[in-house]
Design a protein around this ligand. Structure first.
Ligand SMILES: [Zn+2]
Length: 230
């Protein structure tokens, strides 16, 4: 741990925990998400996560993708397994569970945080994390769960990454923002057109919080959560 803390404290102001886009701003540290079949597009100076997305479960390519993922976890700049998870609105739900479990166990083995995509399947995700005895940091990306789910995640010490849903008044994300301990918060752009600066500013406004204080908090969260990744 420490490279990031030692080398970049003045430059980095914003952390984008999950994005599919390249970010050119020097003040933003972003974790770009790659799917295993696109790994050759990774450029040397970006940090990234890799995972088989539940939407991409495809019987023909699974095994190949899975082994490519295994190869990648030891490469420099790989800092999280993700996005992985379960999505009830997509097919092969049982297979999704297998792939989620196997990828979670890779993350556990390499002490790497997990970035989770979860749609209408929180109970199943929770039960897999429990069964697999996952102790590495878990981040629910694009979080928009209800209050009961939020409470469970808080109890388990999971992290929440909020994004574009903060701009929808009365969304679950907005309501959860009030309940999530600030030490468990992250923000992300995912594939939205908002910048990470927009999202921080919106969150600070909703929390009636000073933006600088919020930036400081997220930076602390990042260094704690990713302490084993550098
Ligand atoms: Zn995404």
């Amino acid at each position: 741990m420490g490279t990031l803390l030692l080398n970049t404290p003045q430059k980095i102001h914003f952390f984008d925990i999950h994005t599919h886009k390249k970010c050119e701003s020097e003040s933003v540290f972003s974790i770009r998400n790659y799917f295993p079949e696109k790994l050759e597009e990774i450029s040397q100076n970006e940090y990234y996560s890799v995972g088989i997305h539940p939407w991409n479960i495809n019987l023909n390519f699974l095994l190949d993708d899975f082994y490519r993922l295994k190869d990648f976890v030891c490469k420099p700049n790989f800092i999280a397994v993700g996005e992985i998870g379960l999505d009830k609105l997509h097919p092969f739900f049982e297979l999704q569970k297998d792939f989620f479990s196997q990828q979670a166990s890779i993350a556990q083995h390499y002490s790497t945080p997990i970035i989770i995509h979860c749609v209408k399947a929180f109970n199943e995700v929770f039960s897999i994390l429990k069964k697999m005895k996952i102790t590495v940091p878990v981040i629910f990306h694009g979080y928009n769960g209800n209050l009961q789910t939020t409470k469970y995640c808080i109890e388990k010490g999971f992290y929440f990454s909020l994004g574009k849903d903060l701009f929808r008044e009365n969304s679950n994300a907005c309501l959860s923002l009030w309940h999530i301990p600030q030490r468990s918060l992250f923000f992300e752009t995912d594939d939205s057109d908002y910048t990470i600066q927009d999202i921080y500013a919106k969150a600070a406004e909703l929390l009636y919080m000073d933006l600088e204080k919020l930036k400081q908090q997220i930076s602390e969260n990042f260094n704690r959560c990713f302490s084993t990744s550098f």
